[in-house]
Design a protein around this ligand. Structure first.
Ligand SMILES: Cc1ncc(COP(=O)(O)O)c(C=O)c1O
Length: 396
């Protein structure tokens, strides 16, 4: 991997023909330290958000010791990269072979489930193990979130009694988990979900050892500026303290997006301009899936030296493939004189964007360059004690 000081420096010095993914280890490290120090419980990184071995090493070095894995591929990658990490298999529908390999080969002891069938599967695959932490996933609303996770998984709180009871009989430790949906824009999402947890515990009358509030912690994007993460942590802590659970119960969270959104961005080249439409060399089948399919507006900036004096105007993007679907409506605000051959940085793509790149139509590239400048937006910068990084002064 190459190193560079900044996105602008890289674009002007190298004039790359293909899209380039920029990574900012210091930003991921800062996010991880924030969670490790301020979340009032244990932080599990949700690996699906960005399954890069380099990133999980950075998070480990910053103090993240637990990893939420959702497939046997993720289990293997984290076990290989971080042999001492604790893995929690939090996908509620798993292949029996995946459970068996995770338990017998990789030492995984924590599994989530939302049906009796999955409970039986876990017990069969582990040979009726007696050292399991079993987390029953409750279905909760995604009303406060930008991406719903309310339909696919989770037992309805009113129907959880039997499952909680059966899991309690089988488990060494019993957990309850949920997911409020990704990019939760209000801490109320967690307060409301915790009320559902309370109702389920009261109805089942079981002892609960772990409350796992899942992911959903937001990042910041144009038009989606959430409250400070501390407000989420306070709400969760207050709700956790008032649950009818034992004093020794643990609080867990599984942030994905919030830990890695700032980790990477993308440099693209404008290949053609048609009025307010820019044809760029990455798109819906590359790192811009969310921009194309759910209309997210990521931050953008022109990388040109000297900088443009033109006023900003709204643009949409076409990606490089032959599909009409390869379209990102934006609007993306860029200088009105932007033209073919210019470079653009598209920010905040570390979560999901980078993970979903394909090589469809022969486009896309695996080029990754490490930079030391700041991400285009941050939820953590105010918190930064290291002024060397905050002021963008790169010293070796
Ligand atoms: C079980 C589970 N945990 C955590 C996450 C991470 O969510 P987020 O990136 O919104 O923090 C997801 C995302 O789909 C998930 O399914």
């Amino acid at each position: 991997m190459h190193n560079h000081h900044s996105a602008l420096g890289l674009a002007t010095a190298l004039r790359p023909i293909n899209p380039v993914t920029l990574v900012r280890p210091h930003a991921a490290s800062r996010a991880a330290r924030f969670f490790v120090e301020k979340f009032p419980g244990k932080t599990l990184y949700a690996v699906k958000a960005n399954p890069s071995p380099e990133l999980v090493r950075i998070l480990w070095d910053a103090g993240v010791t637990h990893y939420d894995v959702a497939s046997i591929g993720e289990v293997r990658m984290v076990a290989r990269t971080l042999p001492d990490a604790t893995l929690c298999f939090m996908h509620p529908v798993k292949a029996e072979e995946a459970i068996a390999e995770a338990y017998h080969t990789h030492g995984v002891r924590t599994f989530s489930l939302d049906t009796m069938e999955e409970l039986e599967k876990v017990l069969r695959a582990t040979g009726n193990a007696t050292d399991l932490t079993l987390c029953v996933r409750l279905r909760v609303s995604s009303d406060h979130s930008k991406l719903s996770l309310a339909s696919k998984f989770g037992v309805l709180p009113g129907e959880a009694k039997e499952l909680l009871f059966a899991a309690r009989q089988a488990a060494d430790a019993l957990g309850i988990c949920f997911h409020v949906g990704s990019q939760a824009m209000s801490p109320d999402a967690y307060a409301e979900a915790m009320e559902r947890v309370r109702a389920a515990i009261v109805e089942a009358a079981v002892t609960v050892d772990v409350i796992d509030v899942g992911g959903g912690f937001p990042s910041t994007y144009p038009g989606m500026e959430p409250p400070a993460l501390e407000a989420y942590f306070e709400t969760i802590h207050r709700a956790f303290e008032s649950l009818p659970i034992s004093y020794s119960a643990e609080l867990w969270a599984e942030p994905g997006r919030a830990l890695c959104a700032e980790y990477s961005s993308l440099i693209v080249r404008v290949e053609k301009r048609r009025g307010d439409e820019l044809y760029i060399n990455d798109g819906a089948y590359g790192a811009l899936f969310d921009a194309a399919h759910i209309g997210w507006r990521f931050p953008v900036r022109l990388l040109r030296e000297p900088d443009s004096n033109a006023k900003d105007m709204p643009f949409s993007f076409y990606g490089p493939t032959c599909d009409d679907l390869d379209h990102m409506a934006g609007p993306f605000e860029l200088p009105a004189d932007i033209r073919a051959g210019d470079y653009i940085e598209i920010g905040m793509l570390g979560a999901y964007g980078s993970a979903m790149r394909t090589a469809f139509n022969g486009f896309g590239s695996d080029e990754i360059v490490e930079v030391t400048d700041e991400p285009m937006a941050s939820l953590y910068l105010d918190d930064e004690a290291d002024t060397r990084v905050a002021s963008n002064v790169f010293t070796l």
